[in-house]
Design a binder for this molecule. Structure first.
Ligand code: NAD
Ligand code: IPM
Ligand code: MN
Length: 354
């Protein structure tokens, strides 16, 4: 009970459209006695193009004072000469993840009953597809550690150095084991490329073996990231918890989204398990400039992200009600029929409310 201080960053493109629907559902899902006190932040491409500001320090300091963050998506129109590549992705999204120490990027994947997967029924078999990717969120090749020499010449050399600290790997691996321990199948798969990336790989491998001793009930498996693409598309039910680095996790989770009903359904949480900062919840997808402004984006991923937010704040029951409403909505979707973004939001909100 009480007030939840929620920072809302709708961002760009369909980010704004899907966030409106997530808020609609959150409003009806709020448990009795809980009110969401929202602060809206107009961060993103428009603000940058108008003012040159991406994420002012004062705004970051304000955002820090909230209980949680709901984000839509960031990213402007492709190849806009006024919008240097990465400026929003790095300066806004990654800066929030890094500054708020969101070291667990949680990306659940389930094939809900009746949801269309591009994989055939034969491939899927009878075992349910229900796994979660625990993607490291603060290190890997994402830290900006790198540079370029002799830029623009035929002799240009560019590096993006992957940073893997024992501290950073251990905390995310331990979190993944703890999640595996709480799940019925208690299985963890480390995904990496230890056969080539031997320096980083040995840290991930060694620490996984070490932490495994604290979780004797969890079965540990290892898979190279390339082979993971094979198994995800031929036998996805074999996975339970996948733990992996920041870049592999980015790639694995777009494929995971595609096989479990599409990117419009994939939710995520950028979590600080130590709860020293607000965690941030957002769909896995981006601002989708190709369909922005048409109100045809699927808001389900944003709505499920709001459910993850409620769950993180301890409102497990309310989170379950949203998930149930989504499952029921998915079950009644007619293939080929199109509903607008607000129509989907309204339908789910109605189920949550009624
Ligand atoms: P994208 O996820 O925005 O779009 C990929 C494809 O999926 C597009 O065809 C799009 O129309 C479709 N799609 C995405 N979400 C959908 C939805 N909810 N309903 C229906 N279709 C949907 O990825 P992109 O095109 O590679 O990136 C566009 C911009 O978004 C880039 O600037 C990128 O950096 C940024 N981005 C931001 C985030 C984020 O804010 N978390 C995530 C990914 C990409
Ligand atoms: C995601 C996105 C981001 C990432 C980009 C936009 C920085 O692709 O959330 O998956 O790579 O993490
Ligand atoms: Mn991504």
């Amino acid at each position: 009970p009480g007030t939840v201080k929620l920072a809302v960053i709708p961002g760009d493109g369909i980010g704004q459209e899907v966030t409106a629907e997530a808020l609609k559902v959150l409003a009806v899902a709020a448990p009795a006695g809980v009110t969401f006190e929202q602060t809206r932040y107009d961060l993103g491409a428009e603000r940058y193009l108008a003012t040159g500001e991406v994420l002012p320090d004062s705004v970051l300091a304000e955002i820090r004072e909230h209980d949680a963050i709901l984000l839509g998506a960031v990213g402007g129109k492709p190849n806009d000469p006024n919008l240097p590549p990465g400026i929003l992705e790095r300066g806004l999204l990654l800066r929030l993840r890094f500054e708020l120490d969101h070291y667990v990027n949680l990306r659940p994947s389930r094939i809900y009953p009746g949801t269309a997967s591009p994989l055939s029924a034969e491939t899927l078999g009878s075992e349910p597809v229900d796994f979660v990717v625990v993607r490291e969120g603060t290190e890997g090749p994402y830290t900006g550690n790198g540079g370029a020499l002799r830029v623009g010449t035929p002799h240009e050399v560019a590096t993006e150095v992957s940073v893997n600290t024992a501290f950073g790997v251990e905390r995310v691996v331990r979190d993944a084991f703890a999640r595996a321990q709480r799940r019925p199948r208690k299985k963890l798969t480390l995904v990496h490329k230890t056969n080539v990336l031997v320096h980083a790989g040995s840290v991930w491998w060694r620490i996984t073996q070490e932490v495994a001793r604290e979780f004797p009930e969890v079965t540990v498996d290892y898979m190279h990231v390339d082979a993971t693409m094979i198994h995800l598309t031929t036998n996805p039910s074999r996975f339970d918890v996948i733990v992996t680095d920041n870049l592999f996790g980015d790639i694995v989770t777009d494929l995971a989204a595609a096989i479990t009903g599409g990117i419009g359904l994939a939710a995520s949480g950028n979590v600080n398990p130590d709860r020293t900062t607000p965690s941030m919840f957002e769909p896995v997808h981006g601002s989708a400039p190709d369909i922005a402004g048409q109100q045809i984006a699927d808001p389900t991923a944003a709505i499920l992200s709001a459910a993850l937010l409620l769950d993180h704040l301890g409102h497990t029951e309310a989170a379950g009600v949203i998930e149930r409403a989504v499952i029921d909505d998915l079950a009644e979707r007619t293939p080929g029929a199109t509903r607008s973004t607000p129509e989907v939001g309204d339908a789910i909100a109605k189920r949550v409310g009624g």
